[in-house]
Ligand binder design. Structure first.
Ligand SMILES: [Zn+2]
Length: 129
């Protein structure tokens, strides 16, 4: 995919996206340009939201996507995996490969523990899923 950016000068900047980029560059501008892979989302059903006192209750969510900074400054920023809670303006983390490995280990333990809880819930519900 090729992306053409509008610039205040007459010559547009054209960048070629890597094959894994989702091609969504709507808000990207020179000096703030990132290739992003498809997003991964883990969230519980909205119907499971508990009361929090907030006017806009939201269920817990975790999102991640691969990001490659590609600004014209060519400052050599490495690719990383951005992890956040689905809030563009909330806290986020930028994982390098070793940090991504540690995060994946935690996710596997998390998934195994939630599976155990699920299985116990089935028992508590008399065998009904
Ligand atoms: Zn791209």
């Amino acid at each position: 995919m090729t992306v053409t950016l509008e610039r205040p000068v007459t010559t547009p900047t054209v960048r070629r996206c890597p094959a894994w980029c989702d091609g969504q560059h709507n808000a990207d501008r020179d000096g703030n340009f990132f290739h992003r892979g498809p997003i991964a989302v883990a969230a519980v059903p909205d119907s499971a939201a508990g009361p929090t006192g907030d006017s806009d209750p939201a269920v817990p969510a975790l999102t991640a996507h691969l990001v490659l900074p590609a600004g014209p400054e060519f400052d050599g920023e490495p690719a990383q995996i951005t992890v956040d809670n689905g809030d563009l303006f909330g806290p986020y983390a930028e994982l390098n490969l070793a940090q991504a490995d540690a995060f994946l280990r935690d996710l596997k333990v998390f998934t195994a523990r939630v599976q155990q809880m699920h299985d116990r819930l089935v028992e508590l519900n008399g065998g009904r899923p």
